[in-house]
Ligand binder design. Structure first.
Ligand SMILES: [Zn+2]
Length: 349
Protein backbone atom coordinates (compact mmCIF):
# COMPACT_ATOMS: atom_id res chain seq x y z
CA UNK A 1 0.00 0.00 0.00
CA UNK A 2 2.70 2.48 1.06
CA UNK A 3 4.76 1.46 -1.93
CA UNK A 4 1.79 2.19 -4.22
CA UNK A 5 1.29 5.62 -2.65
CA UNK A 6 4.99 6.32 -3.03
CA UNK A 7 5.00 5.20 -6.68
CA UNK A 8 1.98 7.41 -7.35
CA UNK A 9 3.63 10.39 -5.65
CA UNK A 10 6.90 9.95 -7.49
CA UNK A 11 5.15 9.34 -10.82
CA UNK A 12 3.22 12.60 -10.39
CA UNK A 13 6.45 14.36 -9.40
CA UNK A 14 8.10 13.22 -12.62
CA UNK A 15 5.10 14.15 -14.81
CA UNK A 16 4.77 17.63 -13.38
CA UNK A 17 8.49 18.33 -13.74
CA UNK A 18 9.11 18.32 -9.98
CA UNK A 19 12.04 15.90 -10.32
CA UNK A 20 13.86 18.01 -12.90
CA UNK A 21 13.09 21.15 -10.87
CA UNK A 22 14.29 19.55 -7.61
CA UNK A 23 17.68 18.53 -8.98
CA UNK A 24 18.43 22.18 -9.82
CA UNK A 25 17.52 23.65 -6.45
CA UNK A 26 19.96 25.17 -3.98
CA UNK A 27 18.72 22.55 -1.50
CA UNK A 28 20.00 19.75 -3.75
CA UNK A 29 23.18 21.66 -4.59
CA UNK A 30 24.13 21.63 -0.92
CA UNK A 31 23.75 17.88 -0.78
CA UNK A 32 25.65 14.81 -1.88
CA UNK A 33 24.07 11.51 -2.86
CA UNK A 34 26.40 8.62 -2.07
CA UNK A 35 25.36 5.48 -3.93
CA UNK A 36 26.34 2.03 -2.65
CA UNK A 37 26.67 -1.17 -4.68
CA UNK A 38 27.88 -4.66 -3.86
CA UNK A 39 28.22 -7.26 -6.61
CA UNK A 40 27.62 -7.10 -10.35
CA UNK A 41 26.43 -10.46 -11.70
CA UNK A 42 28.61 -12.52 -13.96
CA UNK A 43 25.84 -15.15 -14.33
CA UNK A 44 22.80 -15.68 -12.09
CA UNK A 45 23.96 -14.08 -8.83
CA UNK A 46 21.19 -11.43 -8.89
CA UNK A 47 18.57 -14.20 -9.14
CA UNK A 48 20.06 -15.77 -6.03
CA UNK A 49 20.40 -12.53 -4.01
CA UNK A 50 18.84 -9.42 -5.57
CA UNK A 51 19.80 -7.35 -2.51
CA UNK A 52 23.47 -8.08 -3.03
CA UNK A 53 23.84 -8.39 -6.80
CA UNK A 54 22.56 -6.42 -9.76
CA UNK A 55 22.91 -7.42 -13.41
CA UNK A 56 25.42 -5.37 -15.46
CA UNK A 57 22.60 -4.03 -17.69
CA UNK A 58 21.07 -2.32 -14.64
CA UNK A 59 24.39 -0.69 -13.69
CA UNK A 60 24.62 0.60 -17.27
CA UNK A 61 21.08 2.03 -16.97
CA UNK A 62 22.01 3.75 -13.71
CA UNK A 63 25.18 5.22 -15.21
CA UNK A 64 23.17 6.42 -18.24
CA UNK A 65 20.69 8.14 -15.90
CA UNK A 66 23.59 9.88 -14.15
CA UNK A 67 25.09 11.03 -17.45
CA UNK A 68 21.78 12.04 -19.06
CA UNK A 69 20.63 13.90 -15.93
CA UNK A 70 23.82 15.97 -15.88
CA UNK A 71 24.94 14.66 -12.48
CA UNK A 72 28.47 15.43 -11.30
CA UNK A 73 30.06 12.12 -10.26
CA UNK A 74 32.93 13.02 -7.94
CA UNK A 75 35.64 10.93 -6.28
CA UNK A 76 34.40 10.24 -2.74
CA UNK A 77 37.24 12.07 -0.95
CA UNK A 78 36.77 15.21 -3.04
CA UNK A 79 32.98 15.02 -2.65
CA UNK A 80 33.24 14.87 1.15
CA UNK A 81 35.72 17.76 1.32
CA UNK A 82 33.47 19.87 -0.88
CA UNK A 83 30.34 18.84 1.05
CA UNK A 84 31.77 20.37 4.21
CA UNK A 85 33.44 23.43 2.67
CA UNK A 86 30.32 24.35 0.70
CA UNK A 87 31.81 24.00 -2.79
CA UNK A 88 29.86 21.04 -4.19
CA UNK A 89 28.95 21.34 -7.86
CA UNK A 90 25.26 21.03 -8.78
CA UNK A 91 23.82 17.49 -8.64
CA UNK A 92 26.75 15.88 -6.82
CA UNK A 93 26.95 12.10 -6.60
CA UNK A 94 29.65 9.68 -5.38
CA UNK A 95 29.82 5.99 -6.31
CA UNK A 96 30.91 3.33 -3.84
CA UNK A 97 31.26 -0.44 -4.21
CA UNK A 98 31.47 -2.58 -1.07
CA UNK A 99 33.75 -5.52 -0.41
CA UNK A 100 35.94 -5.48 -3.56
CA UNK A 101 34.48 -8.50 -5.31
CA UNK A 102 36.20 -9.81 -8.40
CA UNK A 103 33.15 -8.83 -10.44
CA UNK A 104 33.90 -5.20 -9.61
CA UNK A 105 37.07 -5.67 -11.67
CA UNK A 106 35.47 -7.65 -14.50
CA UNK A 107 32.01 -6.02 -14.74
CA UNK A 108 31.91 -2.59 -13.06
CA UNK A 109 35.36 -1.26 -13.95
CA UNK A 110 34.83 -1.40 -17.75
CA UNK A 111 31.59 0.59 -17.28
CA UNK A 112 33.30 3.15 -15.04
CA UNK A 113 35.98 3.54 -17.71
CA UNK A 114 33.40 3.86 -20.48
CA UNK A 115 31.46 6.57 -18.63
CA UNK A 116 34.54 8.18 -17.08
CA UNK A 117 33.04 7.95 -13.58
CA UNK A 118 35.32 7.72 -10.52
CA UNK A 119 34.42 5.26 -7.76
CA UNK A 120 35.54 4.08 -4.35
CA UNK A 121 35.96 0.42 -3.49
CA UNK A 122 35.58 -0.37 0.20
CA UNK A 123 37.85 -3.41 0.34
CA UNK A 124 37.54 -6.07 3.01
CA UNK A 125 40.94 -7.67 2.81
CA UNK A 126 40.84 -11.20 4.28
CA UNK A 127 39.42 -12.92 1.19
CA UNK A 128 41.49 -10.69 -1.06
CA UNK A 129 44.64 -12.16 0.43
CA UNK A 130 43.11 -15.66 0.76
CA UNK A 131 41.77 -16.35 -2.70
CA UNK A 132 38.82 -18.60 -1.92
CA UNK A 133 35.07 -17.96 -2.18
CA UNK A 134 33.71 -15.74 0.62
CA UNK A 135 32.39 -18.33 3.07
CA UNK A 136 28.96 -16.99 4.02
CA UNK A 137 27.90 -15.95 0.54
CA UNK A 138 29.35 -19.09 -1.07
CA UNK A 139 27.55 -21.35 1.40
CA UNK A 140 24.22 -19.63 0.74
CA UNK A 141 24.82 -19.77 -3.03
CA UNK A 142 25.72 -23.48 -3.03
CA UNK A 143 22.54 -24.34 -1.10
CA UNK A 144 20.43 -22.17 -3.45
CA UNK A 145 21.91 -23.88 -6.51
CA UNK A 146 21.11 -27.31 -5.10
CA UNK A 147 17.36 -27.00 -4.67
CA UNK A 148 16.65 -30.46 -6.01
CA UNK A 149 18.76 -32.00 -3.26
CA UNK A 150 18.55 -32.91 0.41
CA UNK A 151 21.46 -31.76 2.57
CA UNK A 152 22.50 -34.13 5.31
CA UNK A 153 24.58 -32.20 7.86
CA UNK A 154 26.09 -34.81 10.18
CA UNK A 155 29.52 -33.50 11.23
CA UNK A 156 28.79 -30.05 9.82
CA UNK A 157 26.26 -29.00 12.47
CA UNK A 158 25.83 -29.72 16.18
CA UNK A 159 23.13 -32.29 15.44
CA UNK A 160 22.99 -33.98 12.06
CA UNK A 161 19.79 -33.22 10.20
CA UNK A 162 18.38 -33.49 6.68
CA UNK A 163 17.35 -30.23 5.05
CA UNK A 164 15.19 -30.16 1.91
CA UNK A 165 16.86 -27.46 -0.14
CA UNK A 166 13.77 -26.86 -2.30
CA UNK A 167 12.37 -24.94 0.67
CA UNK A 168 13.74 -21.41 1.20
CA UNK A 169 13.17 -21.65 4.94
CA UNK A 170 15.03 -25.00 5.15
CA UNK A 171 17.91 -23.54 3.09
CA UNK A 172 18.08 -20.62 5.54
CA UNK A 173 17.93 -22.99 8.50
CA UNK A 174 20.71 -25.16 7.04
CA UNK A 175 22.86 -22.07 6.42
CA UNK A 176 22.34 -20.78 9.95
CA UNK A 177 23.06 -24.18 11.51
CA UNK A 178 26.30 -24.71 9.55
CA UNK A 179 27.54 -21.17 10.13
CA UNK A 180 26.69 -21.36 13.82
CA UNK A 181 28.63 -24.61 14.13
CA UNK A 182 31.66 -23.03 12.40
CA UNK A 183 31.61 -20.09 14.82
CA UNK A 184 31.20 -22.38 17.81
CA UNK A 185 34.12 -24.55 16.71
CA UNK A 186 36.26 -21.44 16.12
CA UNK A 187 37.04 -22.53 12.56
CA UNK A 188 39.63 -20.62 10.54
CA UNK A 189 39.04 -19.46 6.99
CA UNK A 190 40.85 -22.55 5.72
CA UNK A 191 38.69 -24.83 7.87
CA UNK A 192 35.58 -23.09 6.58
CA UNK A 193 36.71 -23.66 3.03
CA UNK A 194 36.83 -27.39 3.86
CA UNK A 195 33.21 -27.02 5.05
CA UNK A 196 32.29 -25.58 1.65
CA UNK A 197 34.08 -28.44 -0.11
CA UNK A 198 32.23 -31.00 2.00
CA UNK A 199 28.87 -29.25 1.59
CA UNK A 200 29.35 -29.07 -2.17
CA UNK A 201 30.22 -32.77 -2.31
CA UNK A 202 27.10 -33.71 -0.32
CA UNK A 203 24.70 -31.72 -2.51
CA UNK A 204 26.41 -32.49 -5.84
CA UNK A 205 27.60 -28.91 -6.48
CA UNK A 206 30.65 -28.41 -8.74
CA UNK A 207 32.94 -26.51 -6.36
CA UNK A 208 35.92 -26.75 -8.71
CA UNK A 209 33.90 -24.90 -11.33
CA UNK A 210 33.15 -22.19 -8.76
CA UNK A 211 36.88 -21.85 -8.10
CA UNK A 212 37.68 -21.82 -11.82
CA UNK A 213 35.15 -19.05 -12.48
CA UNK A 214 36.18 -17.27 -9.25
CA UNK A 215 32.52 -16.92 -8.40
CA UNK A 216 31.94 -15.00 -5.12
CA UNK A 217 35.65 -14.28 -4.78
CA UNK A 218 37.16 -10.91 -3.96
CA UNK A 219 39.74 -9.25 -6.18
CA UNK A 220 43.22 -10.75 -5.86
CA UNK A 221 46.05 -8.55 -4.53
CA UNK A 222 47.29 -8.16 -8.14
CA UNK A 223 43.86 -7.07 -9.34
CA UNK A 224 43.60 -4.47 -6.58
CA UNK A 225 47.12 -3.26 -7.38
CA UNK A 226 46.34 -2.78 -11.08
CA UNK A 227 43.13 -0.73 -10.58
CA UNK A 228 43.49 2.60 -12.41
CA UNK A 229 44.39 5.14 -9.71
CA UNK A 230 42.80 8.04 -11.56
CA UNK A 231 39.40 6.34 -11.48
CA UNK A 232 39.25 3.99 -8.50
CA UNK A 233 40.38 4.54 -4.95
CA UNK A 234 40.46 1.75 -2.40
CA UNK A 235 39.23 2.45 1.12
CA UNK A 236 38.52 0.76 4.45
CA UNK A 237 35.93 -1.95 5.15
CA UNK A 238 37.74 -3.93 7.93
CA UNK A 239 39.97 -6.96 7.37
CA UNK A 240 37.39 -9.63 8.19
CA UNK A 241 34.17 -7.75 7.41
CA UNK A 242 33.25 -7.24 11.02
CA UNK A 243 33.21 -4.49 13.62
CA UNK A 244 33.91 -5.99 17.07
CA UNK A 245 32.62 -3.96 20.00
CA UNK A 246 35.91 -4.64 21.83
CA UNK A 247 38.05 -1.54 21.23
CA UNK A 248 41.32 -3.41 20.65
CA UNK A 249 39.81 -5.90 18.22
CA UNK A 250 38.03 -3.06 16.40
CA UNK A 251 41.29 -1.15 15.98
CA UNK A 252 43.06 -4.29 14.81
CA UNK A 253 40.46 -4.75 12.06
CA UNK A 254 41.07 -1.23 10.75
CA UNK A 255 44.86 -1.30 11.07
CA UNK A 256 45.21 -4.68 9.34
CA UNK A 257 42.85 -3.59 6.57
CA UNK A 258 44.70 -0.29 6.12
CA UNK A 259 48.13 -1.93 6.05
CA UNK A 260 47.07 -4.35 3.29
CA UNK A 261 45.42 -1.58 1.25
CA UNK A 262 48.57 0.56 1.54
CA UNK A 263 50.78 -2.34 0.42
CA UNK A 264 48.58 -2.95 -2.65
CA UNK A 265 47.94 0.60 -3.76
CA UNK A 266 51.12 2.37 -2.61
CA UNK A 267 48.74 5.14 -1.61
CA UNK A 268 48.91 7.06 1.64
CA UNK A 269 46.77 5.83 4.50
CA UNK A 270 43.17 4.99 3.58
CA UNK A 271 40.95 7.40 5.54
CA UNK A 272 37.41 6.64 4.37
CA UNK A 273 35.44 3.79 5.91
CA UNK A 274 32.23 1.90 5.32
CA UNK A 275 30.51 -0.03 8.13
CA UNK A 276 30.42 -3.74 7.17
CA UNK A 277 26.80 -4.89 6.77
CA UNK A 278 25.82 -1.34 7.79
CA UNK A 279 26.41 -2.23 11.46
CA UNK A 280 26.96 0.88 13.57
CA UNK A 281 27.44 1.49 17.29
CA UNK A 282 27.63 4.74 19.30
CA UNK A 283 31.27 3.99 20.19
CA UNK A 284 32.47 3.61 16.59
CA UNK A 285 32.65 7.25 15.35
CA UNK A 286 35.06 8.29 18.11
CA UNK A 287 37.22 5.21 17.64
CA UNK A 288 37.37 5.80 13.91
CA UNK A 289 38.31 9.45 14.47
CA UNK A 290 41.20 8.38 16.71
CA UNK A 291 42.44 6.12 13.90
CA UNK A 292 42.57 9.04 11.47
CA UNK A 293 39.41 8.09 9.59
CA UNK A 294 37.76 11.12 7.99
CA UNK A 295 34.42 9.68 6.89
CA UNK A 296 32.26 6.62 7.39
CA UNK A 297 29.25 5.61 5.30
CA UNK A 298 26.22 3.71 6.54
CA UNK A 299 23.33 1.90 4.85
CA UNK A 300 20.82 4.50 6.08
CA UNK A 301 19.28 5.97 2.94
CA UNK A 302 19.48 9.71 2.46
CA UNK A 303 21.43 12.60 0.98
CA UNK A 304 24.37 13.94 2.97
CA UNK A 305 24.48 17.62 3.89
CA UNK A 306 27.02 19.77 5.76
CA UNK A 307 24.96 19.01 8.88
CA UNK A 308 25.53 15.24 8.51
CA UNK A 309 27.95 13.66 10.94
CA UNK A 310 31.03 12.64 8.89
CA UNK A 311 31.22 9.24 10.65
CA UNK A 312 27.52 8.53 10.01
CA UNK A 313 27.02 9.52 6.39
CA UNK A 314 23.78 8.35 4.76
CA UNK A 315 24.08 6.27 1.61
CA UNK A 316 21.58 4.81 -0.81
CA UNK A 317 22.14 1.11 -1.39
CA UNK A 318 20.95 0.65 -4.94
CA UNK A 319 19.44 -2.78 -5.61
CA UNK A 320 17.22 -4.55 -8.13
CA UNK A 321 14.26 -3.53 -5.93
CA UNK A 322 14.92 0.16 -6.68
CA UNK A 323 12.84 1.13 -9.73
CA UNK A 324 14.15 3.55 -12.36
CA UNK A 325 11.65 6.10 -11.04
CA UNK A 326 12.81 5.69 -7.44
CA UNK A 327 16.42 5.95 -8.57
CA UNK A 328 15.70 9.16 -10.46
CA UNK A 329 13.86 10.52 -7.41
CA UNK A 330 16.86 9.85 -5.21
CA UNK A 331 19.19 11.54 -7.70
CA UNK A 332 16.98 14.62 -7.79
CA UNK A 333 16.62 14.63 -4.00
CA UNK A 334 12.84 14.25 -3.95
CA UNK A 335 12.91 10.83 -2.24
CA UNK A 336 14.84 12.30 0.68
CA UNK A 337 11.92 14.66 1.32
CA UNK A 338 9.28 11.93 1.46
CA UNK A 339 8.15 10.70 4.89
CA UNK A 340 10.79 8.35 6.30
CA UNK A 341 8.32 5.50 6.81
CA UNK A 342 7.63 5.39 3.07
CA UNK A 343 11.27 4.85 2.24
CA UNK A 344 12.51 1.30 2.30
CA UNK A 345 15.82 0.86 4.06
CA UNK A 346 18.34 -1.68 2.88
CA UNK A 347 21.01 -3.01 5.14
CA UNK A 348 23.07 -5.70 3.55
CA UNK A 349 26.70 -6.65 3.84
ZN1 LIG B 1 30.52 -5.29 2.94
Amino acid sequence: MLKRIKRGTLGAARKTGVLSFARQTLWRRRRLLILGYHGISTADEHLWDPELYIPPELLRERFSALRDGGYAVLPLGEAITRLYNGSLPPRAVALTFDDGSVDFHSMALPLLQEFGFPATVYLTSYYCVHQRPVFTTALRYILWKSQDRTFETTGLTAKGKSFRLASASERDAAFVAVRHHCVKQGLTGRDKDDVLVETAARVGFDYKDMLRRRLLHLMSPDEVAELPRDLVDVQLHTHRHRVPTDAGAFEQEIVENRTIIASLTSAQDATHFCYPSGVTHPSFPERLGRLGVKSATTCFPGLASAASKPMMLPRLIDTLATSALEFESWLSGVSALLPRRVIRAHAVG
